[in-house]
Design a protein around this ligand. Structure first.
Ligand code: GLV
Length: 337
């Protein structure tokens, strides 16, 4: 049998590429940082059986039309909002992702953002560098709220939400959560309480978002909901930029409806330095790096490669997104290796 042909849209960490190369002919876009152009992507997938992409590659009908042999799209990310999954399923294309392996990295980062924005760590660092530490120690300098005793609202309680709750429990806070599924098991173990979104917004001192981006979560945090938050509350987003209506958030910050925000994801990425969000001292901005531990990025590469190879071997991949595809094109019909 001929070896399957695979296209990888960026140089991903080892052992990802080695796993692919063991059994596939692999073509890698020769950059660690930049994606292929749209035209290049459409040309490269033409004869490919597998595609390993990143969250910056839009994988839609046009890509599927250009790739008549495509059997699997394996994304190097847990989120898959950049892929038209329904269309892939209709065409019998397997879609896989990398859940679990970045959970701890994102949860650790979320706690970091909460502390950074409430305790004004970034603002303090900038102040020293710009010569603003010009008075001796005094009681009012760069104060912020203590976490202990506060209410933290988690919107979305999947793997990452649970991992955040687990870490925050040690801060002696009250934790509320909302999810489309009630998580009775986690409620008891972690001593957290279920609440609807509006209750969370009204009662929480910190609201942290952990939902995937879908048509139901697009602009979930809009003007009406931002107005429900406490004036002293902070919004944390490590999920997807479009879960928050950015324009409404800018208005909320400008008019003081909330105390601040820490954002790792944006509707527009990269966020230009001229963006209104960059003008607020009470906002911490990071460039979509919540999963950026060396360990997580390696494990993501390994899992993305294993997912892709499994499908081409006709085996169940470790993390399949579209289970319905199994009946559209059963695994034995995909088997090439
Ligand atoms: C990162 O945002 C991911 O979805 O893995």
């Amino acid at each position: 049998m001929a070896r399957p042909k695979v296209y990888v849209t960026r140089i991903i960490p080892e052992p990802g590429l080695s796993i692919l190369k063991e059994c596939c002919d692999v073509e890698v876009h020769p950059s660690k940082e930049l994606p292929p152009s749209r035209q290049e992507l459409l040309e490269k997938v033409r004869d490919k059986d597998g595609l390993l992409c990143l969250l910056t590659d839009k994988i839609d009908r046009e890509v599927f039309d250009a790739a008549p042999n495509l059997k699997v799209v394996s994304t190097y990310s847990v989120g898959f909002d950049h892929i038209d999954v329904a269309e892939a399923t209709r065409r019998g294309i397997y879609v896989t992702h990398t859940p679990g392996v970045l959970t701890d990295a994102v949860a650790e980062f979320t706690v970091g953002l909460i502390l950074a924005v409430t305790r004004r760590i970034v603002e303090a660092d900038k102040l020293i560098r710009s010569g603003g530490w010009d008075k001796p120690w005094h009681p009012y300098f760069l104060t912020g709220p203590e976490l202990k005793g506060k209410t933290i609202g988690l919107i979305g309680l999947g793997r990452i939400g649970v991992a955040v709750a687990k870490r925050l429990s040690s801060f002696d806070v009250r934790i509320l959560y909302y999810d489309i599924e009630r998580r009775w098991d986690v409620e008891t173990v972690l001593n957290i309480q279920y609440a609807d979104i509006d209750t969370i917004l009204r009662e929480s001192d910190i609201v942290s978002l952990h939902v995937p981006l879908t048509k139901d979560t697009y602009h979930l945090i809009n003007e009406e909901r931002l107005r429900k938050m406490k004036k002293t509350a902070y919004l944390i987003n490590t999920a997807r930029g479009a879960v928050v209506d950015t324009e409404a958030l800018v208005k909320a910050l400008k008019e003081g409806w909330i105390a601040g925000a820490a954002l790792d994801v944006f509707e527009q990425e990269p966020l230009p330095p001229s963006h209104p969000l960059t003008r607020f001292e009470n906002v911490v901005l990071t460039p979509h790096i919540a999963s950026a531990t060396i360990e997580a990025r390696q494990r993501m590469a390994e899992l993305a490669a294993k997912n892709l190879v499994a499908v081409l071997k006709g085996e169940m991949p470790p993390a399949l997104v579209n289970k319905e595809v199994l009946s559209v094109r059963p695994l034995e019909k995909v088997k090439m290796i």
